[in-house]
Each structure stands twice: as structure tokens, then as C-alpha cells.
Design a binder for this molecule. Sequence first.
Ligand SMILES: C[S@@+](CC[C@H](N)C(=O)[O-])C[C@H]1O[C@@H](n2cnc3c(N)ncnc32)[C@H](O)[C@@H]1O
Length: 252
Amino acid sequence: MPSSVAIDSLLDLATRVSRRLTGRHGPDYRELLFQDLRAKLAGKRPLRILEIGPRDGEDTKRLLTLNPDVLVLVDLPDKEARVRQWLAELAAPNIELTIANIMYDEECADLEPFDVVWCTGVLYHNPEQLRMVKRLFDFTRRGGVLVIESATARRRHLRDENCVEIWFGVPKATHSAHHVSVNVTHLPSKRAILSWLGMVGFEDICASDCLHRVLRKLGRDRAAFIAQRPQHDVKAAYYAIAGLDYEIGKAR
Ligand SMILES: C[S@@+](CC[C@H](N)C(=O)[O-])C[C@H]1O[C@@H](n2cnc3c(N)ncnc32)[C@H](O)[C@@H]1O
């Protein structure tokens, strides 16, 4: 009997051929994810939005259509020139750009919480991932929404486990074979991201099917979630289980 991966590959091939024959492009998963966010907001206007790692500005344009009072963009110094280029063309007065690392730089330490935090394609570029998810929680205001998307574990026997694949010291050829860029060292599985979202205190965590709708392989290699910070924070699971009061992400 053919494996589910083999069946998915055949279905993806059929999808590709049909798109080529009809001249129709497949959908853009970032657009589909944005539509999921719109549905989640159900017409409510987010006053403050944070977008981490905008890079090409495609999601920035979408987020602007939500008409926020302020849209804060944070990206790394090596992306500054690229971001400033499209930002000048957008000329949106409600955008504030911070060039910084969201994990380590002082500029991000005192950001006021946001109604929406948009963080796609970023988590797997950062090795301190549970800490990052906790940081995203802190950036989200109570009742606010996080949109998170990431590449996920690639090895066939690991991808469905609750685990993180460490890619440090892996030969370049292996990176290429699995379509993982050489600067990526940690690939969390879908279940790991889901666990971390719950551990830091998010609720109503929904997996988006935006990737699968483009191609089944994309749905296997990446994951996207929309989650909500509760109106009242519940003590996060890990230390609370032992009745202790330490906070994940605040280790020295
Ligand atoms: C692969 S790109 C993703 C771009 C876009 N958001 C998308 O979904 O296609 C990763 C982006 O995140 C930025 N980035 C990664 N880690 C970051 C961090 N710790 N702080 C700020 N930006 C970060 C990178 O500079 C880059 O612009």
C-alpha cells in the first residue's frame, strides 16, 4: 500500500499539472493566513499591530488594510536597506520601523502590547524558541491575537513527534536535500510549536490550513497557528504544576 507521503506527492503533482494547464497560479499561503486572521478578528479593528520580520513588505501591505492606528515593524539590521526601500514607496504614516533583534535588543524591551502580533517565517531562524514564543505572548495584549508560521521538522520519522530537530553541523548537501537554509539550526515540529503556545499561556490555538491548501508538501514542511492571549492570564503550565512561581522565558 502506498504511504501517505507518496499519495500526497501524487496529489501535489496533479495539482501542479492542473495549475500549469489552466494557467492559474496556486494561492499564496500568506494571503490565506491573512484571511484567517481577518476571520478571527470578525470585523474588530486592531489598534496596534506588531509585524516581526517583514522583509519583503507583502504582509505589511495586507496588515495596513486592517487600518491600525500604529503598525510597528521590527527587522534585523541586515534587512534595513531592503525594508526602507519599500517602506518609502508605501509612505504609510502609521508605520513605525525598529531595526533590532526582537529577542535581544533593548529597543524591543518596553514595547507596549499589541492587539495583533504577526510573526511568519521567523521562529525557525531563532535558536531560543520557547523563549521566543513567551516573548510573543508578552507582546500580545490580553485578548489579543498572535499569528505564527514556521518551517517545521523535516525528517520523516521525526516530523510527527513532539520534538525539535537540531540542524547544527549538518552537511550542506543535507540542508539542500531537505530545502533547509544553511543558517537554520533548530526546526521544531508542528506539535512542539503547539505545545509551546499552550505552555506560555495562549488559548484558542487554531492550526491554519493555509499551507496545505497551496500544496500538501508545504503543509507537511511548515505550520501556521492563530492563538489568543486570554483576558486573564492563567499561571503557565510548567512551573505552576509544581506550585512554583518561576516564569518561562525569564531565565538569567
Ligand atoms: C524568512 S524571512 C520571513 C519573511 C516574511 N515574514 C515571510 O513570512 O515570508 C525571516 C525574517 O525575519 C527576520 N528575523 C528573524 N529573526 C528575527 C529576530 N530575532 N528579530 C527580528 N527579526 C528577525 C529576518 O531578518 C527576516 O526578515
